[in-house]
Design a protein around this ligand. Structure first.
Ligand SMILES: Nc1nc2ncc(COP(=O)(O)OP(=O)(O)O)nc2c(=O)[nH]1
Length: 287
C-alpha cells in the first residue's frame, strides 16, 4: 500500500504501517459523546476491546476521560482507576498493541507499566512533564492538534488558514518532541478533527490531509461518529453515523492516513480491504 513501511514498536508489539491500520476505540467513560457509559465498567470495557480485536483492530485505544466539547477534566486518580485495570487485562488477553488516550503524565506512566505500548495524547505532550515522561517511557506517541480545551474549544473557532495553522502547530510539536529525545520514528501526528474546528475546517483538513504526510511521520485521522459527520449526513444519533464515518476514513486513507481511529472496526476494516484491493490492481501499460 505505501512505498515505505514505518514501524511503531509498541513496547515489543510492532505495528507495521504498510497499510492503513485501524485503531479501535475503547472509552472507559460514563460520558463519551457516542458510547459513553456503554463500556464504563472494567468487564464491559475489556469485553468491548476483545470484540474490536476480533473484528480486526490493529491497535486498541483505551481512554478514561471524554474530550467531547464541553467536557470537564477528570481527576488523575479517577482516570487511573478507569484505565489501568482495563489495560492490564487487555494486555494479558490479546496480542494487539494497546494505546492509552490521555494528556496526563501520571496516566501515561501507569498505563505503560500496565501494558500499554503507545501514548495517544490529544494535548500533544503540552502538559507539564509530559514531554519528559513520554521520552523516558520509550513508546510511540500520537501528537494531536487541539485549539484550546475541550470545555471551550467549540465556542466559535476561527482560523485564517486552518490547514497552515494546524500544520505549523504539529511541526512545532514534532520539533519539541525531538528536542526532548523522542525520535521521529516514535511519532505520529493527527490534525484533531473536531477539536476546535467547524465542519468547514474539518473538511479543509481532510481534503488537504496529504500535506501532513510532509512532516515525515505517520498521520492518524479520527473522524468517527463526530458532529461533522452528523452535519454532513443529517444523522443526529452518533451511532447512526457509521457509513459517513467509514467514507471519511476511506478518504483519509487515500490521502495518506496510516492509522484511522474508529468506533466501528468491522465496517472500517471491510471498507479498507475493498479499497486496498482496487488500489493493488496494476496500472494499465501505456499503449
Ligand atoms: N488521536 C486522537 N485521539 C482522540 N481521542 C478522542 C477523540 C474523541 O472521540 P471519542 O473518544 O469517541 O469521544 P470522547 O472524547 O467523548 O470519549 N478523538 C480523537 C482523535 O480524533 N484523535
Amino acid at each position: 500500500m505505501f512505498d515505505i513501511s514505518p514501524q511503531l514498536d509498541c513496547a515489543g508489539r510492532v505495528l507495521v504501517l504498510d497499510r492503513t491500520r485501524v485503531m479501535g476505540i475503547v472509552n472507559v467513560t460514563p460520558d463519551s459523546f457516542s458510547d459513553g457509559g456503554l463500556h464504563a465498567s472494567v468487564d464491559a470495557a475489556v469485553a468491548h476491546g476483545l470484540r474490536l480485536a476480533e473484528e480486526g483492530a490493529d491497535i486498541l485505544d483505551v481512554g478514561g476521560e471524554s474530550t467531547r466539547p464541553g467536557a470537564a477534566e477528570v481527576p488523575v486518580e479517577e482516570e487511573l482507576r478507569r484505565v489501568v485495570p482495563v489495560i492490564e487485562r487487555l494486555a494479558r488477553q490479546t496480542s494487539v498493541p494497546i494505546s492509552v488516550d490521555t494528556c496526563k503524565p501520571e496516566v501515561m506512566r501507569a498505563a505503560v507499566e500496565a501494558g500499554a505500548g503507545m501514548i495517544n495524547d490529544v494535548c500533544a505532550l503540552r502538559r507539564e512533564g509530559a514531554l519528559d515522561t513520554a521520552a523516558a517511557l520509550g513508546v510511540p506517541v500520537v501528537l494531536m492538534h487541539m485549539r484550546g480545551e475541550p470545555r471551550t474549544m467549540q465556542d466559535d473557532p476561527r482560523y485564517d488558514d486552518v490547514v497552515a495553522e494546524v500544520h505549523r502547530f504539529l511541526a512545532e510539536r514534532v520539533f519539541a518532541a525531538e528536542l526532548a529525545g523522542i525520535p521521529k520514528k516514535r511519532l505520529v501526528v493527527d490534525p484533531g478533527f473536531g477539536f476546535g474546528k467547524t465542519t468547514a475546517h474539518n473538511l479543509a483538513l481532510l481534503a488537504q490531509l496529504e500535506r501532513f504526510t510532509g512532516l515525515g511521520v505517520p498521520v492518524l485521522a479520527g473522524l468517527s461518529r463526530k458532529r461533522s459527520i452528523g452535519e454532513l449526513t443529517g444523522r443526529e444519533v452518533p451511532a447512526e453515523r457509521v457509513a459517513g464515518s467509514v467514507a471519511a476514513h476511506l478518504v483519509a486513507a487515500q490521502r495518506g492516513a496510516r492509522i484511522v481511529r474508529v468506533h466501528d472496526v468491522a465496517a472500517t476494516v471491510d471498507a479498507l480491504r475493498v479499497w486496498e484491493a482496487v488500489a493493488a490492481v496494476p496500472a494499465p501499460r501505456r499503449a
